[in-house]
Design a protein around this ligand. Structure first.
Ligand code: SIN
Length: 485
């Protein structure tokens, strides 16, 4: 198994048809912890995107012709190479994205687990033999890889959001072109180095770093050879990309924005509730689509919850990703800081109170935001309606189960939801009524390759991971064979 260092995994060119393709035009990648320039990366243009799609198209037939076992074995070799190099991959990710190295290594393992899982699914998937509709005929449904797929992935999970799309595509017999986020292309390119080393055939996966999001997005969604497009990012951009896919009637899956409620009922085990709330909120400094956005607390326990959170937040360690023992690192860029401050200020102007934090930790650098607790938040404030994507806990109060449900569901989004209760009847009732694609009950960590990740309402279409994730990359074909006696 090749053993890499961060340096040997640092690739800066596009990866097309198994080759590293440089370009004159390049863009810069910086470390958000200290502003250090890490690399100048190939800035792929639409012509390179077309070349990548052609490569994926050329690779499709031979990849589809492999047996499921052959595909699964190549995927498992890639999985093993990633796990064997998780430390170097994690350090590289921490440098470009900012998350603590331990959390970054955790993401590498999480990302790799999708490859392992879908290698298994490649071998297990099957069609259906249908009931006989006529004496002289036999019919069955076969499931086939849809063809060339394209993907656009975000900066908050620079590894796992790629593997969660690429792995089911490969398992289904598809080939793929990915545009990783401009802010974090290095983790994506390192994955390509390992894929090449273990023998994933040329053209099966192609990686297009680029700063030209709109122009590349147009090619990836409109090119006639593309049959499926998948995106993780904001709802606003997802809607535009989906509209672009419609002219070619391409299959889409979209993992979009959320506005997760975390309800703490008066019968909750508060030790557990606070622990799970912190896990769900402060992962990746609050920069996850399933991060808690609105904490809804029964008014009889609000003071107790505030006091417990104040004590817990005082313990959180913030710092650069390569420092031991930190809980979270910098936000991704100045725009993220500006957004957090704006949402917080608007809330305060409308009557909310900052109980702790609320500031940039200038002694650490311009992108470090203090663990922040805001109370007396109301549903009409922008902080309750927009994704915060920062380490800010915004507390609202409710008085009854019905009110909690009404508040929780009063959003066009429906990605994740969470609640804490010890009453099994309430658990059943609330679980049925919360409008979300993923629900944590007394649990704040809900992501796993075995689980179906996806939202309802404007949070997206389709799921990733789980036994359902493969179908997003397949088409069904009903076959009828006649001429029987
Ligand atoms: C995301 O924030 O989009 C992904 C989070 C996860 O997979 O847990």
């Amino acid at each position: 198994m090749p053993q890499h260092t961060v340096r040997s995994l640092l690739k800066v060119d596009a990866f097309i048809d198994g080759n590293w393709i440089p370009s004159e035009q390049r863009f810069s990648v910086y470390n958000p912890a200290n502003g250090e320039l890490i690399a100048e990366v190939c800035d792929a243009d639409p012509a390179l995107a077309e070349r990548a799609i052609d490569a994926a198209y050329k690779a499709l037939g031979p990849w589809q012709a492999k047996t499921a076992k052959e595909r699964a074995e190549l995927m498992r070799a890639w999985y093993q190479a990633i796990v064997a190099n998780k430390q170097a991959l994690g350090e590289l990710m921490s440098r470009e994205q900012g998350k603590p190295i331990a959390e970054a290594v955790g993401e590498i393992e999480y990302g790799a687990s999708f490859i392992d899982w879908f290698a298994g699914e490649a071998e297990r998937h099957h069609g259906e033999v249908l009931a006989r509709s006529a004496a002289d005929k036999r019919s069955w449904i076969s499931k086939q890889g849809i063809g060339v797929c394209t993907a656009i992935t975000p900066w908050n999970f620079p590894n796992a959001m790629i593997t969660r799309k690429v792995a089911p595509a490969l398992a289904a017999g598809c080939t793929i072109v990915v545009k990783p986020a401009q802010l974090t292309p290095l983790s994506a390119l390192a994955l390509m180095q390992l894929a090449a080393e273990v023998g994933i055939p040329q053209g099966v996966i192609n990686m297009l770093p680029s700063s030209q999001a709109k122009a590349i997005g147009k090619v990836l969604t409109e090119h006639p050879r593309v049959r499926k497009f998948t995106f993780t990012g904001s709802t606003e951009v997802g809607k535009q990309l989906m509209a672009q896919c419609s002219s070619g009637m391409k299959k889409v899956s979209m993992e979009l924005g959320g506005n997760a409620p975390f309800i703490i009922f008066d019968d909750a085990d508060l030790d557990l509730a606070i622990e799970q709330l912190l896990a769900a909120k402060f992962r990746n400094a609050g920069q996850t689509c399933i991060s808690v956005n609105r904490v809804l607390v029964h008014d009889s326990i609000i003071s107790e919850v505030e006091q417990r959170l104040l004590r817990a937040l005082a313990e959180l360690q913030v710092g650069p990703g390569d420092k031991e023992g930190i809980d979270y690192g910098p936000l991704i860029n100045q725009a993220a800081i500006d957004k957090a401050q704006k949402l917080q200020q608007q809330a305060v102007d409308a009557g909310a109170k900052v109980l702790c934090g609320g500031d940039v930790l200038h002694q650490l650098g311009p992108l470090f935001y203090a663990p922040t607790l805001i109370t007396a938040v109301t549903p009409t404030m922008a902080i309750s309606q927009e994704e915060i994507f920062a380490p800010i806990l915004a507390l609202q109060q409710f008085n009854s189960e019905a009110e909690a449900l009404e508040l929780a569901n009063a959003t066009p989004f429906g990605l994740a939801g969470y609640f804490c209760s010890s009453d099994y009847r309430r658990i059943a009732r609330v679980a049925e009524q919360l409008q979300c694609g993923m629900l944590g009950i007394n649990a704040g960590a809900i992501s796993h390759a075995y689980n179906a990740f996806g939202g309802v309402k404007e949070s997206g279409i389709g799921v990733e991971g789980s036994s359902l994730g493969l179908a997003e990359y397949q088409v069904t074909k009903t076959i009828t064979l006649g001429g029987f006696e």
